[in-house]
Design a protein around this ligand. Structure first.
Ligand code: 5GP
Length: 120
């Protein structure tokens, strides 16, 4: 399913508490909640509250400090839930699997096993 172009985005609706989510952390600018379809024992989405940036490239160019806040919150969650070690994924573009065009980081941890990315 593609939600390209939706406004407000599904994540803005979670920020506004219009749709439910298991919210686990929040700052003035960033929110973190559990992914509805987890791909790992720890699978949390860390999302800037603004939907101004569609992907991490736009976020890095437009507000690098906000990107740093996303990374900092991801790290804190991994400290709390997975001993501080984690994978941070930003799908960027439909062909790469992005379905929600409101920038978000996937924090994946716990039982990831071995794969080609981890081998590098
Ligand atoms: P993307 O494919 O864009 O990188 O990631 C979107 C993620 O959002 C997917 O992993 C999907 O499971 C998750 N997701 C989509 N809709 C909802 C929702 O309503 N609530 C929550 N918690 N996660 C969602």
């Amino acid at each position: 399913m593609s939600t390209s172009g939706d406004s407000p985005s599904i994540f803005s609706r979670i920020v506004a508490r219009e749709i439910p989510a298991t919210i686990i952390a929040e700052t003035e600018t960033v929110i973190a909640f559990e992914d509805i379809a987890p791909k790992a024992p720890v699978h949390v989405l860390v999302v800037p509250k603004t939907e101004k940036y569609r992907n991490v490239v736009e976020l890095a160019a437009g507000d690098p400090a906000l990107l740093a806040e996303v990374v900092a919150l991801a790290s804190r969650i991994a400290d709390e839930r997975a001993g501080g070690e984690f994978r941070l994924v930003f799908n960027t573009g439909e062909a790469a699997g992005q379905t929600v065009f409101h920038v978000h980081a996937h924090v994946l941890a716990g039982g990831l096993g071995e794969d080609s990315l981890a081998d590098g």
